[in-house]
Design a protein around this ligand. Structure first.
Ligand SMILES: Nc1ncnc2c1ncn2[C@@H]1O[C@H](COP(=O)(O)OP(=O)(O)OP(=O)(O)O)[C@@H](O)[C@H]1O
Ligand SMILES: [Mg+2]
Length: 272
């Protein structure tokens, strides 16, 4: 990822807050963490609203948002910065984390567990009372500007046999559990995000609740709010509910014929 991509939006604020429907006290809690300079770990399954929540919080707190998707190739220099060779010598270029630290942005590291541990360690001095980022290559120590906050996301549902965060990393964050919201709120979200009518939104949520009960019976990942929104959008585009659910929910969830058949039965029972 290019640093510029992560930094898009620095210094500008959308006129309207990205819409987020709270499911508990997460808005107040992250606000309190921000006021106290505490780093936050958002735990929750894919598609439950973590990214939307942090976009909403950044807007609410009036801070720019820098998002960094983590992967196992992510090196410390991708976060901190590097020397670039130019015709007249070398110049230092800040990475997205360094820019966020200097600008007092909210820095969101998505799926932090994917990053190598030697990369994650660069966060340590930022997440305790020091709030500093040492840049070894230049010898500079950057003090985090007021407003800087580190937020990471973590999906505890995935198989984590080999990957986990070190205790010394985990214990630097205030953890917040996010999950799929109760049915009435989830239906409101699906309705608002996809523009599908109320009855269809409630149908999609009822279907999701039935499918989620299959979690312990061989279904590795359960349908997220995101999948329901996608199905709703297909329905608004004129695709019949069964076909929309097949394409947006059943097929993304499984390739296994008996599971696909079981899911399809649930679709047919829901949208008769
Ligand atoms: N509480 C919510 N308020 C508003 N929209 C929501 C909410 N929860 C889910 N959504 C909808 O679901 C979509 C997926 O949410 P989001 O991208 O924030 O999930 P995520 O938890 O970041 O997933 P991943 O772990 O895969 O990155 C959003 O684009 C939005 O349409
Ligand atoms: Mg996300």
């Amino acid at each position: 990822m290019r640093a510029d991509d992560a930094l898009r939006g620095l210094g500008s604020q959308a006129a309207e807050a990205p819409w987020y429907h709270p499911t508990g006290n997460e808005v107040g809690r992250v606000g309190q963490c921000h006021a106290n300079g505490l780093a936050v770990m958002l735990k929750g399954p894919t598609g439950c609203g973590k990214t939307r929540f942090i976009e909403h919080m950044a807007w609410k707190l009036g801070r720019p948002l820098v998002t960094i998707p983590c992967h196992d190739d992510l090196a410390a220099s991708d976060l901190i910065g590097r020397f670039l060779i130019r015709h007249n010598g070398t110049v230092w270029q800040d990475g997205p984390l360094t820019r966020a630290v200097r600008e007092g942005a909210i820095c969101y590291l998505d799926e932090v567990v994917e990053a190598r541990q030697d990369t994650v360690v660069v966060l340590h001095a930022l997440t305790d009372h020091r709030r500093i980022l040492p840049i070894d290559k230049t010898g500079e120590t950057v003090q985090a500007a007021p407003g800087f906050q580190l937020v990471v996301s973590y999906n505890p549902g995935y198989q984590r046999m080999l990957k986990d965060l070190k205790p010394s990393t985990r214990q630097r964050f205030v953890a917040m559990d996010l999950d799929f919201p109760p049915a009435d709120i989830e239906a409101r979200i699906v309705h608002r995000e996809s523009a599908v009518d109320d009855a269809a939104a409630r149908g999609l949520v009822a279907l999701a609740e039935r499918i989620r009960q299959l979690r312990d019976r061989g279904l590795a990942e359960v349908p997220s709010t995101r999948l329901l929104v996608n199905a709703g959008k297909l329905m608004v585009a004129g695709i019949g509910p069964r076909e929309a659910c097949q394409a947006a929910i059943v097929s993304p969830l499984s390739d296994e014929p008996s599971m696909v058949a079981a899911l399809s039965d649930l679709v047919e029972a829901t949208f008769v």
